[in-house]
Design a protein around this ligand. Structure first.
Ligand SMILES: Cc1ncc(COP(=O)(O)O)c(C=O)c1O
Length: 150
């Protein structure tokens, strides 16, 4: 009854956040309850994550094609988009990404590796590791849209 008459924690319901930490642990991703916030859907979380790592005018690398909502979010934030060729079965092209991070100033990268929308591709584990290595070596943060992951 008390919960009906009071505001929720601004970061979101604590029990839900604890369950998210537990689920993330099952997929070998360590996090703490204080690091989790509940958003109004996936695009709000991408919007917040982008605002944490980049500002208007910065360039963000994305798969091509990518989910149109990601492009709209980047446009709203005044960020530039750099499209990386993406294979319908194996996802973003690691060689093309590698070339881009060596030649262009990229502030971040938004990826949908586990069932791309619109392609439906699922990046093989080997490619995911390769892409992670390229971006972490270049110190470029990855924002993963894992809406269809599990
Ligand atoms: C890959 C992807 N990201 C984000 C969204 C939007 O999610 P939400 O409505 O939770 O913001 C969708 C919706 O179809 C999607 O396919």
């Amino acid at each position: 009854m008390k919960s009906l008459a009071s505001y929720e924690d601004a970061k979101g319901n604590i029990k839900l956040r604890q369950q998210i930490v537990r689920l993330m642990r099952e997929s070998r991703c360590r996090s703490r309850v204080e690091e989790i916030i509940i958003t109004n859907g996936c695009l709000e979380s991408i919007n917040l994550a982008l605002r944490c790592i980049a500002k208007s005018g910065d360039t963000i690398a994305v798969e091509s094609p990518t989910y149109f909502g990601v492009l709209q979010t980047l446009e709203t934030l005044g960020m530039k988009v750099l499209e990386i060729p993406t294979h319908p079965q194996t996802g973003i092209d690691p060689a093309a990404l590698d070339k881009v991070v060596r030649t262009r100033k990229i502030t971040g990268c938004v990826l949908i590796p586990t069932f791309s929308n619109p392609l439906g591709s699922c990046m093989p584990e080997k490619n995911k590791k390769q892409v992670y290595q390229i971006l972490s070596d270049a110190k470029i943060p990855i924002i993963e849209d894992d809406i269809y992951g599990g």
